[in-house]
Write a protein that binds this ligand. Structure first.
Ligand code: BGC
Length: 790
């Protein structure tokens, strides 16, 4: 696999900096420089609105319905799709210098840089611009989407003439229904909605304005408001205009050389399916009042304090590879941004950084994002699970429509209704239900959150367990089979006994039964009796897990290992991803794996495989896995590290962490790959840290790849916080605070107590022959070239 080496980002431990102007890179940097708090998302576009790549402002859960037409419809096909809406843009601050609009396509920019600062949680910009007629100005801006005041974003913007007095006019706007460029042919790209917002009201007064809109079909309402502080050296003239889709505050003033015009813009958003336009207006005006009371400085201070706490709980330090260190922090920062303040809304596959996948959430959340959040920001994991829980009625209805008991969560959705129009790689991917249960069980074990267990967790476990007993059946040998489903690998569909699905369902059934036993009164309220838990246990105990005795590997699903092999040698690099170049029927009947499936089972259900099986399965599936999904490399990192292929694991960690900074999938402009970014943490912590949580107990088996000299990471578990430091020959475990913790190091039980770090030697890795990947699909090797002659 090639990683295009893009110029631009500079390597630094705590920030992402892009120096000089490169308009071709605009669309991808709008994603990487996006700011979000999980509630509001601002793409990293320039304040002046143009030039722009793919302008975007998103509100979590704010979508429009659109028809899902089928050439050949069938029973149970979803009729409506949902697409995230590019809402009223509050980022825009246009600038006129004398009578020339600042537009980076014209004139020149002798200095231009943008910095995403992972500790201040802001995007800073510093531009020196020379107009086509030679006037020079310096523009600096800093913006944030507040983690502490979740309805608020703010921008501090300054302009300074560099070559003498200049008349400056700034126009700060709220702009609705911004036009977006259409891009066709790729199913991962969002549908473009034109004129999605219908005006409800537009008011402006003084330095403040509010626009209210609703969507045409989904019946959602929103309001966006702005207010400003202006600081200028001389008298200012202002005008406030509002139209249906536009509010504009214009400020004109003369600024002498050496002085600045400064504008602080506060923006508030509110949206609802229930509240009236008046109530939404009041809501955003109240949010603005709060932000004005805190002031720009106050917002900055709160943002920093929030992030200080986050890094204290979640930082991963990496010595020996500065680019990887930066990429892992970039990843952690963006995952936090995606999940921090979602609060009962989904965490979409792209977070709120772009319109890709129509803004839908998938199993990515529970399987990739929640492991990270559970052990670092457990409240955010709780909120994400509460979102699933809030959609239970829809999931029950869907299960009933499909003729099943319990709940069937959607494969892709914004509001909880199934939006996948392609059922073989959508509804048939029933494993999403076991993934929700897995994330629930993990959260419960890691937090002991009894209130959540009673109000939310148990119901999620019970309803998903019910689905499995109705979806599967006992065969004539008594084995429990789950037939006709699709596992994580979307290049194999509608199969019998997918090992991942069956093992995850097994865990789901056992966890549901165990938690019902712990909370009999809640279980009774949910209508669970002993007979039902006995049925769950029986199905789990007799779960069918196919094994190919001849090859001594697990087939990903029954009969998989008998299929023809994909002709990798004759598949040219330009034909990847295969889904855009080959028909599904051919992919489905051959041995070619889009993304970790059986290998994922060996991570999440590692307790169901022997070390020898893991090594053999790895060798087999590495050779078939093309990683056409960004969800694969981190899992391959974890298992390669476990079976002793540490260098390969290091390459996969690099691929996960750099997925977006290197634009490996060539679609970062549609938004970041949040699961891959979480995967950077997974690869570091579960891969090189060897962290597992089977059966609710934490264990570690750390090992470093030769390229790194140290990794240190932190984990919260129940009320304890620990730090694990991995060096070449030893690992150090320290309890930072909380009660003593029982864990293990390479199978040896240890008890961590405060003030008594434990240092233990790292045993040599298992020796297994190095696996091979399909031709051209090995991960990129990021090694420093030795100096000539050296
Ligand atoms: C992957 C899915 C994933 C989706 C969204 C697809 O390419 O195959 O597993 O859920 O992307 O990230």
């Amino acid at each position: 696999m090639t990683t295009p080496q893009l110029p631009g980002y500079e390597v630094a431990p705590w920030e992402l900096r892009w120096r000089w102007l490169d308009l071709d890179a605009l669309r991808r940097t709008e994603s990487t420089f996006a700011l979000s708090n999980g509630h509001i998302g601002f793409r990293g576009s320039f304040e002046e609105g143009e030039p722009s790549g793919l302008p975007g402002t998103y509100l979590n859960g704010f979508y429009e319905r659109r028809p899902l037409p089928y050439a050949e419809a069938g029973y149970g096909y979803p009729e409506d799709g949902q697409t995230v809406v590019n809402v009223t843009d509050g980022k825009i601050i246009r600038l006129l210098v004398e009578d020339e609009p600042v537009d980076m396509r014209y004139g020149s920019a002798p200095r231009h840089e943008r910095v995403l600062d992972f500790r201040s949680g802001t995007l800073r910009r510093h531009t020196e611009w020379v107009s086509p007629t030679g006037r020079r100005v310096r523009i600096t801006s800093e913006r944030l989407v507040s983690f502490t005041q979740r309805a608020i974003a703010a921008i501090h913007y300054e302009v300074e003439p560099l070559d003498g007095q200049a008349q400056l006019v700034v126009q700060s706007e709220l702009l609705a229904n911004e036009p977006i460029e259409r891009e066709g042919g790729d199913p991962r790209v969002a549908a473009v909605l034109e004129g999605a917002l219908v005006s409800d009201f537009a008011v402006g007064e003084g330095n403040r304005a509010v626009l209210g809109h609703h969507t045409r079909k989904s019946g959602l309402r929103m309001a966006a408001a702005m207010d400003h502080e202006v600081d200028a050296p001389g008298p200012i003239w202002t005008e406030n205009r509002t139209e249906e889709d536009l509010a504009r505050l214009s400020v004109a003033t003369e600024v002498p050389r050496g002085h600045k015009l400064a504008l602080t813009k506060y923006v508030a958003y509110g949206w609802s399916s229930q509240r009236s336009p008046q109530a939404l207006r009041a809501q955003v005006e109240a949010a603005l009042a709060g932000a004005r009371q805190s002031g720009w400085r106050g917002l900055l201070d709160e943002q920093r304090a929030y992030l200080d706490d986050f890094w204290e709980a979640a930082d991963v330090e990496i010595d020996g590879d500065a680019e990887l260190q930066q990429a892992v922090r970039f990843a952690l920062f963006h995952v936090l941004q995606a999940g921090a303040r979602g609060e009962t809304r989904a965490i979409p596959a792209k977070g709120l950084t772009g319109p890709g996948y129509d803004g839908h959430a998938f199993w990515d959340t529970e399987t990739f994002v929640l492991p990270l959040l559970t052990y670092t920001v457990p409240d955010a994991a709780r909120s994400a699970l509460q979102w699933r829980h809030s959609t239970l009625d829809k999931a029950r209805n869907r299960a009933a429509q499909l003729g099943q008991a319990g709940a069937a969560f959607p494969w892709r959705s914004i509001n909880g209704e199934e939006c996948s129009g392609y059922w073989p790689a959508g509804t048939a991917a029933f494993h999403v239900n076991a993934d929700v249960a897995d994330a629930t069980a993990r959260y419960l074990a890691a937090t002991g959150d009894k209130e959540f267990e009673a109000s939310t967790g148990l119901e999620l476990l019970v309803e998903t367990a019910r689905l499995w007993t109705s979806l599967g059946h006992h065969d004539t040998h008594g084995r429990f089979r789950i037939d006709g489903v699709t596992g994580p690998d979307e290049y194999t569909a509608v199969v019998d006994n997918n090992v991942f699905t069956n093992l995850m369902a097994q865990r789901n059934l056992h966890e549901a039964a165990a938690h019902c036993e712990l909370r009999p009164e809640v279980a009774r309220e949910l209508g669970v009796d002993e007979e039902e838990t006995a049925r769950w246990r029986d199905a789990a105990d007799r779960m069918m897990v196919p094994y190919d005795e001849m090859l001594e590997v697990h087939p990903q699903s029954e009969r998989f290992t008998r299929h023809a092999q994909w002709d990798f040698a004759n598949t040219p690099p330009k034909n990847y991803p295969l889904l855009l170049h080959y028909p599904y029927f051919d992919l489905y009947r051959k041995q070619v794996v889009k993304q970790a499936d059986l290998v994922l089972a060996m991570w999440l259900r590692g307790d169901a495989f022997t070390p020898e099986q893991k090594a053999r399965n790895m060798a087999y599936y590495e050779a078939l896995t093309v990683r056409d999904s960004s969800l694969s490399s981190c899992v391959q990192a974890v298992l390669n590290a476990e079976v002793g292929h540490l260098e390969l694991a290091y390459d996969y960690l690099g691929e996960a962490a750099l997925a977006d900074l290197h634009d490996i999938y060539q679609n970062v402009h549609q938004g970041l790959h949040i699961a891959a970014l979480s995967g950077a943490w997974i690869a570091a912590v579960a891969g090189f840290g060897g962290m597992r949580d089977h059966g609710g107990t934490l264990s570690f088996a750390p090992r470093l790849p030769p390229e790194l000299s140290r990794i240190a990471f932190r984990i919260c578990f129940n009320d304890s916080r620990i730090c694990v430091t991995i060096r070449r020959d030893e690992a150090i475990y320290a309890l930072l605070d909380g009660p003593s913790l029982h864990t293990s190091h390479h199978g040896k039980p240890i008890v961590l107590t405060q003030g008594q770090p434990i240092t233990l030697p790292i045993p040599p890795p298992p020796q297994n022959p190095p696996p091979r990947q399909p031709v051209g699909r090995a991960p990129a090797r990021r090694r420093l070239q030795p100096a000539p002659g050296g």
